[in-house]
Write a protein that binds this ligand. Structure first.
Ligand SMILES: NC(=O)C1=CN([C@@H]2O[C@H](COP(=O)(O)OP(=O)(O)OC[C@H]3O[C@@H](n4cnc5c(N)ncnc54)[C@H](OP(=O)(O)O)[C@@H]3O)[C@@H](O)[C@H]2O)C=CC1
Ligand SMILES: O=C(O)[C@@H]1CCC=N1
Length: 270
């Protein structure tokens, strides 16, 4: 495996570093990272044992696979800084939302091998989904290298670049949405029944964890789990009716808003 470079050690960059090391797919000495603010990188390097680079150029020079883990607005500056170091032998992996490979190619000024990946915080636990798009990485060996990395920390799903935003919502934004649903569910129980908030939060949390385990191990469809809980003529069915009547609309409204934001960001970099 080529040396890995990480540019930007915020939430995603640091998650990838910790998870690659925890999974055993990479050793700390195989990773070099740089970040705008020194302090954050210093702490991460001390914690993980990775190589700390004094500049993005050093990271790019040392690495065969270069991960771009900065915000969309900082991307052009980073690419401009390193573009002469990007060769056909290196793979650029962008985890940046809504900046297309077309735009990255324009900024690099050459058709370098580029992969887009939307990782997820669930990879902290070496699970969940990483969404990969190989539209700008034709070489199968290169694709396999990237898939191996993400198989170590998640279940990789490959999609066309045109669909990456849709999958980003249901894979990568999803842990926040699910935590948001848990919070609202618990809050509604507290308001309606007047029960204790901390106890309600604990009950909802443990039940989500249990449900995730059931779905992982015992039930192949959502419907079969619902059928086992919703006793005929019982209580759960009444709640399920309300979910069926309202949740579709709620999630459609939510996805309209995320889609609007994806378009807003990608239009900025068209
Ligand atoms: N958070 C998530 O769950 C996901 C995020 N993404 C994408 O990942 C990208 C990063 O997001 P996230 O990690 O959450 O953001 P963060 O703000 O946590 O991290 C961004 C990092 O980039 C660093 N940075 C900014 N400019 C430069 C530069 N010129 N050179 C080197 N480092 C620089 C920042 O440094 P400093 O310490 O100075 O701020 C910061 O550490 C985004 O484009 C986002 O769309 C994709 C999927 C999931
Ligand atoms: O909220 C964001 O913009 C990023 C993309 C997916 C998850 N977090």
């Amino acid at each position: 495996m080529a040396e890995i470079g990480i540019i930007g050690t915020g939430s995603m960059g640091s998650m990838l570093i910790r998870s690659f090391i925890r999974s055993g797919i990479l050793k700390p000495e195989e990773i070099t990272a740089s970040n705008r603010s020194e302090e954050k990188l210093l702490r991460l390097a001390e914690e993980t044992g990775i190589n700390r680079a004094a500049s993005n150029r050093i990271t790019a020079e040392k690495s065969g696979i270069i991960f771009l883990c900065v915000l969309p607005d900082d991307t052009e500056e980073v690419i401009t800084e390193i573009k002469d170091l990007i060769t056909d032998e290196k793979i650029l992996v962008s985890v940046i939302s809504d900046v297309t490979t077309g735009k990255i190619t324009e900024w690099t000024g050459k058709t370098a091998p580029i992969v887009r990946v939307i990782p997820s915080v669930t990879s902290h636990r070496l699970c969940g989904i990483s969404v990969l798009s190989f539209d700008a990485l034709p070489d199968d060996k290169d694709r396999q290298k990237i898939i191996r990395l993400f198989e170590a920390i998640s279940k990789p799903v490959t999609v066309p670049e045109a669909e990456i935003s849709a999958y980003s919502d249901i894979a990568s934004s999803s842990p926040a949405f699910i935590a948001g649903i848990m919070k609202e569910f618990s809050g509604a129980a507290v308001r309606h029944y007047g029960i204790d908030q901390n106890t309600a939060d604990m009950v909802v949390r443990e039940t989500f964890i249990g449900t995730a385990k059931l779905i992982e191990h015992d039930y192949s469809t959502f419907e079969s789990l619902i059928a086992d809980v919703a006793t005929e003529g019982g209580i759960t069915g009444e709640g399920m009716r309300v979910i069926r009547e309202n949740a579709g609309e709620l999630f459609t409204a939510m996805l309209k808003e995320t889609d609007r934001k994806h378009k807003l960001v990608s239009d900025k970099f068209r």
